[in-house]
Design a protein around this ligand. Structure first.
Ligand SMILES: Cc1cc2nc3c(=O)[nH]c(=O)nc-3n(C[C@H](O)[C@H](O)[C@H](O)COP(=O)(O)OP(=O)(O)OC[C@H]3O[C@@H](n4cnc5c(N)ncnc54)[C@H](O)[C@@H]3O)c2cc1C
Length: 381
């Protein structure tokens, strides 16, 4: 089997890339290790993504425009999104849908765990899969979309994925005791729940997804999750426990001469909020577009990385600063939640979140927010 491009990994980044390539007439194979994969994930996606990728409404189980931020001392700030909502999807259905779109566009979608990528001798690559489940595949170019522990990145010698958070989530079927959480997103900024990230309660159609994260190897994620569930007051037994790494720093480089990395494989999850689905799909699309240009006009694949960084580096930087400033201890987290009470802060935060555009605020608003920041930081509340 010989293809122009092999996309390794059939999550959101890989599926979008494969669909985009196939629509342009590029012969593409998408190789996914497990077509029934249930990716551990909160499945929260912004309205901008739903619109751009025309996600069908049956996949969006909840459209939530209210959010509660909870401080270490238990102070609760009710936040509202007047101009949109966060959509809740279930990854087992969402990923399958995206892969089916790639298949419809003409991509070959197969199951197999890629274990090695070797030069082919004809300027391309030969891919082999575990136990030779699939006969060796030849491809001229490679897109690595195989997640935080990317085998593609290792095989093709990309620089390492540096910062990894480990996140755990448990799913609880609704019972009368937890029904009250079914229409609102809750975010807990609390050192007992996470000393360096946050805890979340995301409602889905028939269950609650509750999870927390922490920097890899620094704290016991299971103990943090257990404490979180106890603090919420849930005594039910979860029907699913899931955990995975979140790479929250772009690799130093995620393009090479004949290959690129997209999504988590490239480290494209924003700090502070751990949002990765949007950036996975955007990078899949931008990466595929650069690949199409490259195949047609011999332009460098590096154009993809340049474009991605131009569009999103300010967001990554802003959120990195926010995390470094406020997620260090409970006193700072208390100040952070207090600042969230401000209407302008909420408007700017949500407008930026929904469409991933830094929203400029008038000078007077910036000054007001700056002064409030200083006030709350000094007061510690
Ligand atoms: C607990 C948790 C909660 C999260 N919650 C959210 C959230 O609410 N909102 C949000 O935006 N982001 C969230 N994220 C981040 C988000 O899940 C990821 O950023 C996103 O899934 C990245 O998509 P991807 O396609 O790049 O990688 P993945 O979704 O990881 O897909 C990679 C695919 O590659 C396959 N694969 C791996 N290795 C191979 C191989 N060798 N051969 C073939 N196939 C392979 C895997 O089976 C997988 O299907 C969360 C992450 C975690 C861990």
């Amino acid at each position: 089997m010989r293809y122009d491009v092999a996309v390794i990994g059939g999550g959101p980044s890989g599926a979008v890339a494969a669909a985009e390539l196939s629509k342009a007439g590029v012969s593409t194979i998408l190789i996914e290790r497990n077509l029934d994969n249930v990716k551990p994930c909160g499945g929260a996606i912004p309205l901008g993504l739903i619109e751009e990728f025309t996600i069908p409404s049956y996949l969006v189980e909840k459209k939530l425009s209210r959010m509660k931020a909870r401080s270490p001392k238990g102070r609760i700030i009710d936040m509202r999104m007047p101009n949109g909502y966060v959509g809740m999807v279930r990854r087992e259905k969402f990923d399958q849908y995206l892969r089916s779109e790639a298949e419809k566009a003409g991509a070959a979608v197969i199951e197999g765990l890629v274990t090695s990528i070797q030069p082919s001798g004809r300027g391309g690559y030969v891919l082999t899969t575990l136990n030779n489940k699939v006969p060796p595949i030849e491809a001229d170019r490679i897109i690595g979309a195989d997640g935080a522990n990317s085998k593609t990145a290792d095989e093709l010698h990309f620089p390492p994925n540096e910062l990894k958070v480990i996140a755990m989530q448990q799913r609880f079927k609704y019972t009368p005791a937890i029904q009250k959480f079914s229409d609102i997103v809750e975010i807990w900024f609390d050192g007992e729940v996470s000393p360096d990230f946050y805890g979340w309660i995301f409602p889905k159609a028939d269950h609650l997804a509750i999870g927390t994260g922490t920097e890899d190897h620094r704290h016991n994620i299971k103990a943090l999750q257990k404490r979180f569930v106890e603090k919420i007051g849930i005594t039910d037994t979860p029907y699913l426990d899931e955990a995975a790494k979140i790479p929250m720093k772009p690799r130093k480089s995620f393009t090479a001469e004949k290959s690129i990395l997209v999504g988590d494989a490239a480290g494209l999850v924003t700090p502070a909020n751990g949002e990765g689905i949007f950036f996975a799909m955007r990078s899949g699309k931008l990466g595929a577009q650069a690949m199409i240009e490259h195949l047609k006009k011999n332009t460098p694949l590096r154009n993809y990385e340049t474009e991605f960084r131009k569009l999103y580096a300010p967001i990554f930087f802003g959120l990195e600063v926010l995390q470094a400033m406020y997620y260090r201890n409970d006193r700072l987290r208390e100040s952070f939640v207090a600042i969230c009470a401000d209407d302008d802060v909420q408007r700017i935060t949500f407008d930026s979140y929904l469409y991933k555009k830094m929203v400029p605020a008038p000078w007077s608003t910036q000054m007001k927010i700056f002064s409030k920041n200083i006030y709350h930081l000094i007061k510690g509340r």
